[in-house]
Design a protein around this ligand. Structure first.
Ligand code: PLP
Length: 397
């Protein structure tokens, strides 16, 4: 008899966004016509920039022209896009070869698929509060998960812990949900730890474009020694508004080897087996992101989100509320006020019912997220301004 993967039995219900949508739907039913203000969204609100849409249109025309038509794309990515991404790293002084870049259809797909490179007996350490996919992907694979709690005391940036050694280490910087960013020194400690124990770091850099501080690494490969212990997973979703268009990239250094096996070569083998590549049209759109004009235009959008974050932080500052993130990150991770009893769902209800603002309860990102609340800067600026003003007023009461 077929035996289903028992990992699915061990998965916890992903009730965070489901429960939020239930509560919002119930509120709408009992308050028809009342406007709600979203500070909870993880999706972008601005469209693709003109450099990208022009490139997409031109690529559609290519596909309709016999002389310029493209069939299957290379499984690991079109050479023009692998080159554009590698050049982007090199322009910032980070040595990455074209052949170390793999084009993906987004970081989510990649975070799941990349686990094919690791033996099932490998354990994984996940820093909590965490992006839920790290835990779920490893539960499905039946791996042992070590949860490394972080909190206010370390600014949600824990040091490597000799009591929490694992084969796979997840680091997300800037972090979703806490907005915390790993500095050079702390990241060096994690790289040394991984090299010492033979672990591999899966570095999720989905929000790297929000780092404005030149002293904070945007890539783990800015850290000496990272090429022998890290894989970097990136996305154009938040960088360039590709959430619905789908495109990402992953960097696997040639130096990354364990047991005489090259992770770069294994990934080539994996991709040539499991995918026929990302659409030509979308890859041309992605290429446009890395042109000078594309970079200028995506920066304008990122600035809009950064301004939203500033608006939110100003409201919290005015109310004397402790928070993390917001500066080099699209997320602001605020401490629930004492009046909510440190209960992030209670705070959620208060915001929804009292000021019609929707955020995300920290409890949904692991138990040490309880007592905190995630606010997102990806919303519309006018909506964000109203929501922040209402939030500030409520917190000052
Ligand atoms: N990693 C983190 C930390 C995220 O927050 C997200 C999306 O919200 C992703 C990965 C997935 O990004 P993508 O849209 O490229 O699948």
């Amino acid at each position: 008899m077929t035996r289903p993967n028992p990992g699915y039995r061990d998965l916890k219900d992903s009730y965070l966004f489901y429960r939020i949508s239930q509560k919002v739907a119930a509120y709408r039913d009992s308050h028809p016509g009342v406007r709600l203000y979203r500070l909870g969204i993880g999706d972008v609100s601005l469209p693709l920039c003109p450099a990208v849409t022009d490139a997409l249109r031109a690529a559609v025309d290519d596909q309709g022209d016999k002389a310029r038509f493209h069939g299957y794309m290379p499984e690991c990515g079109a050479p023009f896009l692998r080159h554009a991404v590698a050049e982007h790293y090199r322009s910032r002084g980070t040595a990455v070869e074209d052949g170390e870049v793999f084009i993906s259809s987004g970081a989510s797909d990649e975070l799941g698929d990349i686990l094919d490179l690791f033996d099932r007996s490998n354990s994984a350490v996940v820093i909590e509060p965490s992006y839920p996919a790290y835990i779920d992907a490893n539960v499905i694979a039946g791996r042992k998960i070590i949860r490394l709690a972080s909190g206010e005391e370390n600014g949600f940036l824990p040091c490597p812990d000799e009591n929490a050694v694992a084969d796979i280490i997840y680091i997300c910087s800037p972090s979703n949900p806490t907005g915390a960013v790993f500095g050079r020194e702390l990241l060096s400690r994690w790289v040394d730890h991984a090299n010492r124990h033979g672990s591999v770091i899966l570095f999720d850099a989905a929000y790297e474009a929000f780092i404005g501080d030149p002293d904070i690494p945007r890539s783990i490969f800015e850290i000496e020694g990272a090429k022998t212990c890290a894989i970097e997973i990136c996305s154009l979703s938040k960088t360039a508004g590709f959430t619905g268009t789908r495109l990402g990239y992953t960097v696997i250094p040639r130096e990354l080897e364990r047991d005489g096996m090259s992770f770069n070569e294994m990934w080539i083998r994996n991709r040539t087996t499991k995918t026929n590549g990302v659409s030509y049209i979308i890859q041309r759109g992605g290429e446009a992101v890395f042109t000078p004009e594309g970079q200028r235009q995506i920066r304008e959008n990122i600035e809009v989100y950064k301004n939203n974050a500033r608006t939110i932080m100003k409201a919290l500052d005015g109310a004397g509320i402790t928070y993390f993130g917001g500066t080099n990150s699209p997320y602001v991770w605020m401490k629930c006020p004492a009046s909510a009893g440190g209960d992030s769902w209670r705070f959620f209800d208060r915001l929804l019912n009292g000021i019609q603002v929707i955020g995300t309860p920290g409890a949904g990102f692991g138990s040490c997220g309880e007592g905190f609340f995630r606010l997102s800067s990806f919303g519309d600026p006018d909506e964000t301004a109203v929501a922040a003003e209402r939030l500030g007023a409520l917190l000052r009461e």
